[in-house]
Ligand binder design. Structure first.
Ligand code: HEC
Length: 145
């Protein structure tokens, strides 16, 4: 290799390294950007809020022994009493929040009333949890957590 060729080669090498640095920085900036967007959607989509956790807790404490953790009433007590399947998509679609709150508060035939045990605000919370129990028709989405 002649001296000038060596110089040129070095210059090109330095150029490549500098360019590489710029590209790497740009990519990592982009990755950071994506990361924060993902972070935001995680908060909204996956991480339960304090309210959602309380709603779930209330449901598990008061309702799950008959209606089951997943709402499908596949518990011994639920089957004996013939408790409704709260996960049923059609029932969910046909029934208003107001009606569900009414049933919880006043009971219905074999379903005990919770009006004395739960405050109206707690009943509302339980209704929001009942809504999360709906069976999804799409197989790729989680049916219940
Ligand atoms: C002791 C068992 C029991 C418990 C505890 C219980 N349920 Fe029920 N639930 C039933 C039965 C049985 C029915 C069917 C009512 C009937 O006889 O028509 C029912 C019906 C319902 C219905 C109406 C469903 C339909 O098909 O029309 C809703 C909504 C409901 N329950 C929600 C709840 C919620 C929310 C809780 C907790 C706050 C709860 N239940 C606790 C036994 C129970």
């Amino acid at each position: 290799m002649s001296r000038t060729m060596r110089k040129e080669f070095l210059a090109i090498l330095v150029g490549i390294i500098l360019l590489g640095g710029v590209v790497t920085a740009a990519i990592s900036e982009q990755a950071k950007g994506n990361g924060s967007v993902k972070g935001n959607s995680n908060v909204a989509g996956c991480e339960p809020t304090a309210e959602a956790l309380r709603a779930k807790e209330l449901y598990l404490k008061n309702c799950a022994r008959c209606h089951g953790d997943d709402g499908r009433a596949q518990t011994p007590l639920g089957q004996r009493l013939k408790a409704g399947n709260l996960a049923d998509a059609r029932w969910q679609w046909e029934t208003s929040d107001k009606r569900i709150a009414e049933i919880i508060t006043n009971g219905e035939e074999r379903m005990p009333a919770f009006g004395k045990k739960l405050s109206p605000e707690e009943v509302e919370l339980v209704v929001t949890h009942v809504r999360t129990l709906r069976e999804r028709s799409h197989p790729s989405s989680p049916s219940h957590q």
